[in-house]
Design a protein around this ligand. Structure first.
Ligand code: NAD
Length: 253
């Protein structure tokens, strides 16, 4: 087990790829805290983990709210004494519908809605976890960006801009936190079939990315979770400020 007895908070762990990180981290021996705005969905993820013999706790959390996040950090430390890993995965993308279209037609409210969760949420969760990790003089922050940061594809100006901000923030935090033994890294999954029900339209959209890849197939959450385990484990102790592209060789940089 590569994460035995580590305490890992996974935001957005109720659905999609976040649920897959939660399950895999638990299989690797972590105590998983599922922090999602969908409290019931988080409970379901935690129950599935516990039923499979793992350790999990669901805590309904809105990553837009600093008091809510501070409560999450406080209760996690009360329960488990420490926070080893913060995986900033929550976003508006699949479960909460994302508007798509040309930048000049993007409404201000929709811009704010997405930036608030997908970028400010990463900042707020990190802000609340850092003092705890500094006291421990150890911790791993893993931020989830997106391949759209490189390609500009997907017709999602606000989403892609937020992900670019996540990459930049990760690099700043890596520089600032190295002296405290805290690693900060970023991952960019490609177009991944994270939907819980797959329609023909979804399948077609996900298949659309296959031809650009070295590995010509659809990406699934199972393709991504191992990289997150690596970044959460001691195997990556000397790796910080990096951006790991996990998308079957579609982007090479
Ligand atoms: P998803 O929409 O299914 O999952 C996002 C999760 O975040 C959901 O459980 C949702 O309830 C939660 N969430 C939303 N708003 C929240 C809030 N305010 N507070 C707390 N939780 C909130 O999306 P996914 O496909 O599983 O994507 C997971 C991550 O991977 C996201 O950061 C996404 O941007 C990124 N990503 C996904 C893909 C893809 O193709 N699926 C590609 C690249 C990057």
């Amino acid at each position: 087990m590569r994460l035995k007895d580590t305490v890992a908070i996974i935001t957005g762990g109720a659905h999609g790829i976040g649920k897959a990180y939660a399950r895999r981290f638990a299989e690797e021996g972590a105590h998983v805290v599922v922090a999602d705005i969908d409290g019931q969905g988080g409970e379901a993820t935690a129950k599935a983990i516990i039923d499979a013999g793992g350790s999990a706790w669901a805590r309904s959390t809105d990553v837009r709210s600093l008091p809510d996040i501070e409560g999450l950090m406080h209760e996690t430390v009360k329960q488990f004494s420490r926070i080893d890993v913060l995986l900033n995965n929550a976003a508006i993308y699949v479960t909460q519908k994302l508007w798509k279209g040309p930048v000049e037609e993007l409404e201000l409210d929709e811009w704010d809605r997405v930036i608030e969760v997908n970028l400010k949420g990463v900042f707020l969760c990190s802000k609340a976890a850092i003092p705890i990790m500094k006291r421990q003089r150890a911790g791993k922050i893993i931020n989830i960006a997106s391949g759209t940061f490189f390609s500009g594809s997907g017709n999602m100006p606000h989403y892609t801009t937020a992900k670019g901000g996540v990459v930049a923030l990760s690099r700043v935090m890596a520089r600032q936190l190295g002296e405290f033994g805290i690693n900060v890294n970023c991952m960019t999954p490609g177009s991944t079939m994270s939907e819980e029900s797959v329609s023909d339209a979804v399948l077609k959209r996900r298949e659309g990315s296959m031809d650009k890849r070295a590995f010509r197939r659809i990406e699934t959450p199972a393709d991504i979770v191992g990289t997150a385990v690596y970044l959460a484990s001691s195997d990556s102790d000397f790796v910080t400020g990096q951006l790991l592209v996990v998308e079957g060789g579609g982007i090479m940089y």
